[in-house]
Design a protein around this ligand. Structure first.
Ligand SMILES: Cc1cc2nc3c(=O)[nH]c(=O)nc-3n(C[C@H](O)[C@H](O)[C@H](O)COP(=O)(O)OP(=O)(O)OC[C@H]3O[C@@H](n4cnc5c(N)ncnc54)[C@H](O)[C@@H]3O)c2cc1C
Ligand code: SF4
Length: 484
């Protein structure tokens, strides 16, 4: 423990946010780091509890709580306070290969489980994690480490999201020869095309890809396995193939009249927005939101990213529809600490909309019943209140209302892997997820990890999947594994 009285002396202090009305003028990240002195004090607030639930990564009350990577949080908080930066880094990298991603986008399952959160303000674990890694980059503590010994094993990783990157990083460090295939023009999966730049600057992803390349990982971008390269070609060429292709099939709306222009899925919209930002696609022909009345169908995190992106593009009006009722403001009695708190969250995009327009863009317990079009293009939507009867969704008759709409973004979640996964790879899927036993599919040479196996989840969980899968692949290739 850094300082016995740390939590008594110092209050919780998070990184500063840029004012919502200011930050919507650009796509830059909007959190400013605390000063080094202030940050080290935040490390001192950690009491190194006897039962550090923060690093448990366990399921309580049906949801995960604590860090799925079992990050050694009390250890590096202590090193932060004592100024031992290289020790802090070593302990962090022991469990988390990419803290610069989780330190930015993780919902911080650790903080909800922090013992301090049971009676007050949690330790700023996520911000502390970000400090350790970014401070290390700033101070030159991170440089390419090429494995001194190479095996003769060749591994192909299909998909370069956080799970694929983790598999590649760890198997390369182990000495295997790894090639990552990515169909997009840039590596990173949803870290690059999906999560908006204001949450995760794309230069941060590029920095990691460059480091991995310097350490010996080969990236082949713009090539889809199963289309541009046959599955037979890669299974013949490589000793093992790891499928990290994500859970990319979007859930569609159950509404009449979808056969018109002006309707798009969230990831397509966010990907297009990012490509237009970099001049990769002609903005004149792209379906963006400038000047439009936008409906975002889906009140979750992805929907929120769409709200924030539309605000930056200059949408005229945004309404976000959420089918579920609004959660309570405080934990209910049947949802005690250290369970994940099922309370109302107002995310950064919603916060920006409230600051700018004076109203929450969300309407709860509401869905779209019909879509009306004119000359082949969306004109309005009929929204309807919903309730639940015997666990089933029922539309409330008479509650229908018409909202004008120039663009409808469907952010209603994902139902699993794209159909091409089963068709091209010939492996078994169940409810859209790849069926595996210890990360091995029913083709003995093909492994799988990440959202493709679990369903759409979180970056931290994709990294945890990638770690466990890399170990399984190493065991298969070598007959044993000393990877953790
Ligand atoms: C809009 C959005 C915002 C999100 N925000 C957050 C957040 O803030 N925090 C958080 O923790 N989680 C967030 N998530 C969830 C998180 O991004 C995912 O859980 C995570 O990226 C899954 O990682 P993955 O490696 O399994 O798959 P993905 O990141 O989906 O990567 C799969 C990759 O495989 C490639 N691919 C697929 N098939 C092939 C093929 N045949 N050949 C070559 N390449 C192929 C795809 O192009 C893609 O690049 C968000 C998700 C979305 C959609
Ligand atoms: S990865 Fe997420 S859950 Fe784990 S310590 Fe970091 S912020 Fe917390």
């Amino acid at each position: 423990m850094g300082k016995a009285t740390g939590f008594l002396e110092y209050g919780r202090k998070e990184n500063y946010d840029v004012d919502p009305c200011e930050r919507i003028n650009n796509y830059s990240e909007f959190h400013y780091e605390l000063s080094e002195k202030e940050r080290r004090r935040q490390g001192a607030r950690c009491m190194n509890c006897g039962v550090p639930f923060c690093q448990s990564g366990m399921v309580f009350g049906g949801a995960m709580t604590g860090c799925p990577l079992h990050n050694l949080i009390p250890e590096w908080n202590d090193e932060i306070y004592n100024g031992n930066d290289s020790h802090a880094l070593a302990r962090l990298l022991k469990t988390n290969p990419f803290p610069e991603f989780t330190g930015r986008v993780c919902p911080a399952l650790c903080e909800k489980a922090c013992v301090m959160a049971s009676f007050g303000d949690a330790v700023t674990v996520k911000d502390n994690e970000l400090f350790v890694i970014e401070n290390a980059f700033r101070k030159g503590l991170i440089s390419p480490k090429v494995p001194s010994v190479r095996t003769d094993k060749q591994v192909a990783v299909v998909g370069s999201g956080p799970s694929g990157l983790t598999v590649a990083e760890l198997l390369n460090k182990r000495g295997h020869n790894v090639t990552v295939y990515e169909r997009d023009d840039l590596a990173g999966g949803l870290l690059t095309y999906g999560i908006p730049n204001m949450k995760l600057d794309k230069n941060i992803v590029a920095r990691r890809i460059a480091l991995m390349s310097a350490e010996g990982v080969t990236f082949v971008t713009g090539k889809e396995v199963g289309k541009d390269i046959s599955v037979k070609e890669i299974t013949d060429k490589y000793d093992a193939v790891v499928l990290c292709c994500g859970s990319r099939k979007p859930r569609s709306l159950d509404a009449d009249g979808q056969d018109c222009a002006g309707i798009t899925y969230a990831v397509d919209f966010l990907t297009l927005s990012e490509k237009v930002r970099h001049g990769k696609t002609d903005s004149a022909s792209a379906e963006l939101s400038e000047g439009k009345k936008v409906i975002v169908a889906g009140g979750g995190d992805t929907g929120n990213d769409c709200v924030a992106t539309c605000l930056r593009q200059g949408a005229a009006e945004i309404t976000q529809l959420e089918i579920m009722p609004a959660p309570p403001l405080q934990r209910r009695e049947d949802n005690p600490w250290p369970e994940w708190p099922k309370v109302l969250k107002t995310d950064y995009g919603q916060e920006e909309y409230i600051a700018l327009r004076g109203r929450d863009p969300r309407i709860f317990q509401t869905t779209i019943g019909k879509i009306y079009s004119e000359n082949g293009r969306i004109k309005s939507v009929e929204i309807v209140k919903v309730g639940f009867k015997d666990g089933k969704l029922v539309k409330e008759e008479g509650s229908e209302k018409i909202l004008e709409a120039d663009l409808l973004i469907v952010a209603a979640g994902f139902v699993g892997c794209e159909d091409s996964v089963k068709d091209n790879f010939g492996i078994s899927l169940s409810k859209g997820k790849i069926v595996c036993e210890n990360y091995r599919t029913d083709n003995p040479k093909i492994f799988a990890a990440g959202d493709a196996v679990t369903g759409q989840s979180l970056v931290v969980k994709a990294i945890a999947e990638g770690k466990a899968c890399a170990k399984a692949v190493d065991e298969y290739l070598m007959g044993y594994s000393n990877m953790e």
